[in-house]
Structure formats: structure tokens, C-alpha cells
Design a protein around this ligand. Structure first.
Ligand SMILES: C[S@@+](CC[C@H](N)C(=O)[O-])C[C@H]1O[C@@H](n2cnc3c(N)ncnc32)[C@H](O)[C@@H]1O
Length: 288
């Protein structure tokens, strides 16, 4: 696997997205996002239970937050490989591995569904929010099963439905009356909520040849800013994801009331522990 394109344009729209605007946002906000996702990283790594000497793959490793953790947990006799289609984000991950002095990990830039890794050598396929972006998820998960040894395990964190994720939903609902009407979204299209439908997710893995696929729901606190920092929380909500994209496309004067509506919607979540909204995920597990 070399470069960031695959034959016949598979995953082309997401490859473009993660090499353009999203790469700027995610590399700029990398420390903040790793802190925000810390409760999710903790439950996902506990469930994945990597042990010294294991070989692991981190799918869609982004700027390397979980890859670094995995490399530490498998230790010098283990190996961690990150796969990511974003050139800028995988470059950041490599820098961070070097800074951490981790020589048992590497990042391969390219489409994870066309990885070309050797068969049967990996103990654990892990991902924190890196598997929901494939045009053909059954084909991708069939391909991603191949590097696993028989009985090797899969553990992925994916978002549960939008309605159960106030940290996404509250700002979006506040903004909705003030933004142009949006076309209906295909709930299964590549994107953050593509694996939210649990039955469909289990079906994808089973069709891709994984055994014993299972889901566990976790609701976690997402601390989007410090106590009292409502302006900062508003900036964050207006930078990330679909709302950020919409705002960047709106004239500056039209964005002012959107910002005020989002600020007012976030205000009630201010507490002595920070501005905290719930995030809801599935931990998806299976065996090769
Ligand atoms: C939501 S970000 C998560 C990044 C990282 N796992 C984290 O938790 O910070 C999704 C990541 O998946 C990567 N990605 C999307 N489609 C991919 C593909 N087909 N192959 C490999 N990586 C992909 C993106 O480049 C991005 O880094």
C-alpha cells in the first residue's frame, strides 16, 4: 500500500475529505481531541486488552493518540501498525511516535481496506472512530480480517445514533433553525454515524467472515471545555464535524446568530467539572 489513492476510486470522497479540511482541523486540535476522547480510549483499551509481545493494527489511527498507547502496551517485543488515509494526520502520528521514542510502531499512509499486510500475523485489530468511512464496509472488513491470526480479536469504538449523542446533537439542534435546510442524510453513508445501527454493524462483520460479533453500549462524559469556558465550548462545537463545515460555507453575518444560539444551548451544561455533554458509543468486538 503506497500513496493515498486506491484503484477505481474506492473511498475517494472520504480520502479527499481526510486529506483536506478535516486534516487541518484534526491536526490543529489533536491534543484537545485526545483529551476529549480519553474516557473512550480508556474503555476501548481495557476491552481490547493488548498484552506485551502482541502484534496490533490501529485502523484510521489519525494523529496517533491510540497508536502510541497500543505501542506502549505491547512493549518492545510487540508491534503496532497504524493505517490511515490522511497524509497530514499520519505525518503527525509519525512525529509523535518519534517524540515518544517508540520504535516498535509505524504508520502506513493509505486506504486501510487495501492494506496489503501479511496474512495471519496480527493478534488485535483496533480502532477508535476510524472504521466508519468505507464505501463498501463488508469488503473492507473482509480485507481487514486477513492479517489476523485465527482467533485474533477485533475491538472498535464507533458512535451510537446521533439522537443519543448530546455532544453532537445539542449544538446542531440549536443551529438548525438558522442554517439552510439540509438534504436528508443516508444513515448508512460513510461518516461518523455509519455504524450507529447496531444490527447493521453486526451484519457487516458477520458477512465479512468475523465470528461472535457483539456490541456493548458505553455512555461517557465528553468534557468539551473547562468550567465557565462557554465561549471556548462554542468555538469547539462550531469547528468540528458537519456544523463546522456548514458554518464555513455561510456568510460571516449569518453565522453570528448561529453562534449565539449554540452558546445559549451549551450554557446549561456548564458545571464545576467543566462543560460536559454525553457521548454514546458501541464497543464492537469479534474474532477472526
Ligand atoms: C474520526 S477520525 C479518528 C482518528 C483517530 N482514530 C482518533 O481517534 O483520533 C477518522 C480517521 O479515519 C481515517 N480514515 C478514513 N477513511 C479511511 C480509510 N479508508 N483507510 C484508512 N483510514 C481512513 C481518517 O483519515 C481519520 O484519521
Amino acid at each position: 500500500m503506497t500513496g493515498t489513492s486506491t484503484p477505481e476510486g474506492a473511498n475517494a470522497a472520504q480520502i479527499a475529505y481526510w486529506n483536506d479540511r478535516a486534516a487541518v482541523t484534526w491536526t490543529t486540535m489533536q491534543e484537545r481531541l485526545d483529551a476529549l476522547f480519553a474516557p473512550i480510549t480508556a474503555v476501548a483499551l481495557q476491552a481490547a486488552a493488548p498484552t506485551p509481545g502482541e502484534h496490533v493494527i490501529d485502523v484510521g489511527c489519525g494523529c496517533g493518540g491510540t497508536l502510541i498507547e497500543l505501542a506502549r502496551l505491547v512493549g518492545p517485543n510487540g508491534r503496532a501498525i497504524g493505517l490511515d488515509v490522511s497524509g497530514p494526520m499520519s505525518a503527525r502520528a509519525r512525529e509523535r511516535l518519534a517524540q515518544a521514542g517508540l520504535t516498535n510502531a509505524q504508520v502506513i499512509t493509505g486506504d486501510a481496506s487495501a492494506h496489503g499486510l501479511p496474512a495471519g500475523q496480527t493478534d488485535l485489530l483496533f480502532s477508535r472512530f476510524g472504521v466508519m468511512f468505507f464505501d463498501d464496509p463488508v469488503a473492507a472488513f473482509t480485507s481487514l480480517r486477513k492479517p489476523l491470526r485465527p482467533g485474533g480479536r477485533l475491538l472498535c469504538a464507533v458512535w451510537r445514533p446521533f439522537a443519543d449523542n448530546p455532544w453532537f446533537r445539542v449544538p446542531m439542534e440549536a443551529a438548525r433553525p438558522l442554517i439552510p435546510p439540509q438534504p436528508p442524510v443516508d444513515p448508512h453513508a460513510p461518516g461518523p454515524f455509519a455504524f450507529a445501527d447496531g444490527d447493521r454493524t453486526l451484519g457487516i462483520l458477520t458477512s465479512a467472515g468475523w465470528q461472535g460479533a457483539a456490541l456493548v453500549r458505553h455512555d461517557v462524559p465528553m468534557r468539551i471545555a473547562a468550567a465557565g469556558a462557554v465561549e471556548e465550548a462554542t468555538d469547539f462545537a462550531l469547528t468540528m464535524g458537519p456544523l463546522g463545515r456548514l458554518l464555513r460555507e455561510m456568510p460571516a453575518d449569518a453565522a453570528v446568530p448561529v453562534r449565539e444560539a449554540v452558546r445559549q444551548a451549551l450554557q446549561p451544561y456548564d458545571s464545576p467539572d467543566g462543560i460536559i455533554l454525553t457521548g454514546s458509543i458501541w464497543l464492537v468486538s469479534a474474532r477472526a
